[in-house]
Structure formats: structure tokens, C-alpha cells
Design a protein around this ligand. Structure first.
Ligand SMILES: [Zn+2]
Ligand SMILES: [Zn+2]
Length: 176
């Protein structure tokens, strides 16, 4: 029985990449992106993250202080409670609005379920309050934003390496 070198699940068949076997191309790609992850220079990550930080907000178009923010929601109805955390890249103004709207929504709709509504509403409200307190103007991109930028750069680098390898192989094929 074989295990995938990426996700470690038991698999049948699968694909081979650089001498290792993976359950599918997705897993092989994910593993390759993981391995290019640490090759990305920190300077480049910070530079790209600063571009996002000082660039336009995807939600309102205002420039400056664009970073990664997460608003936390909870809704309940009788015995049903659902909650979620919605991450977004936006400016401080949009983030504050999102935290406030989420808090109002939680206070209105969070409680009405037993037991999870009663338990989760204060948790989600606290997370929004903490988020609201933390989202101030900052000159430096957050760790989360840097992590996301690094992932995107690693994925782009991996894509470029794959294209280069495919071109190399095409060149090495004898012309017919
Ligand atoms: Zn896998
Ligand atoms: Zn905005």
C-alpha cells in the first residue's frame, strides 16, 4: 500500500513527480509550492506586502493601510447555531465597519440558540472587539499578510519553474 508524499493519504495509482508519488497533480503541486516557500526572499515578500498595504482597498478604493482582517459572525435559531469567520483584504475603515456590523449582527442574531448560541455569541463578539482594537494605521504589513504574499509568490515561482521545465523538455525532444 502506497502513501501520498504530499498529504500522506493511502492512495492507489497516483502520479509520479521527481521520484516521489502523489495521489494527484494537486497534491504534487502543493508539495512543490511548499518546497519553494522558503526560497522566496523575505525582502521581496515585504516589498510586495508593502505594495498591497499602500495600494487601493479592494472594497472601497481608498489608498493606504490595506491589510488582512477577519470579521466573526454567529447566527442562531432554536437548537441551530452557525458561526463563521470571514477573512478579507481591505483598508482599516472597511475593516472597522466589518467588525462593527458583525458585532451588531451577532448581538441581534447570535443568542437565539441553546446551548451554542449562548456560548458562541460572546466569543465571536470578543473576537470582533479585539479585531477592532487591533486595526489601527500601521506602516508594516501584518504577519498574516506577509504569509499570504509568500504563498502567492511561491505558487507563481512554482508555475514559472513548471513552464520552464516543460519548455526545456520540448527543446530536448528531437525534431521530427
Ligand atoms: Zn495526496
Ligand atoms: Zn476600504
Amino acid at each position: 500500500m502506497a502513501r501520498c508524499a504530499g498529504c500522506n493519504k493511502i492512495m492507489f495509482g497516483g502520479v509520479e513527480r521527481d521520484g516521489l508519488r502523489y495521489c494527484n497533480d494537486g497534491c504534487a503541486d502543493a508539495a512543490a509550492i511548499q518546497s519553494t516557500w522558503s526560497d522566496i526572499p523575505e525582502d521581496l515578500v515585504v516589498e510586495r506586502a508593502r505594495d498591497i498595504l499602500n495600494g487601493p482597498c479592494p472594497e472601497c478604493g481608498n489608498h493606504g493601510n490595506v491589510d488582512w482582517h477577519t470579521a466573526h459572525y454567529v447566527w442562531s435559531f432554536l437548537v441551530m447555531t452557525s458561526y463563521k469567520s470571514t477573512p478579507r483584504v481591505c483598508c482599516v475603515g472597511c475593516a472597522r465597519r466589518a467588525h462593527i456590523m458583525a458585532t451588531l449582527s451577532n448581538v441581534c442574531f447570535g443568542w437565539w440558540g441553546f446551548p451554542w448560541g449562548l456560548l458562541m455569541t460572546p466569543v465571536q463578539v470578543c473576537k470582533n472587539v479585539v479585531g477592532l482594537a487591533r486595526c489601527g494605521a500601521s506602516d508594516e504589513p501584518s504577519d498574516t499578510l506577509r504569509t499570504i504574499v509568500r504563498t502567492e509568490l511561491a505558487a507563481a515561482l512554482h508555475q514559472r519553474l513548471r513552464t520552464a521545465t516543460a519548455e526545456q523538455q520540448a527543446l530536448e525532444q528531437p525534431a521530427e
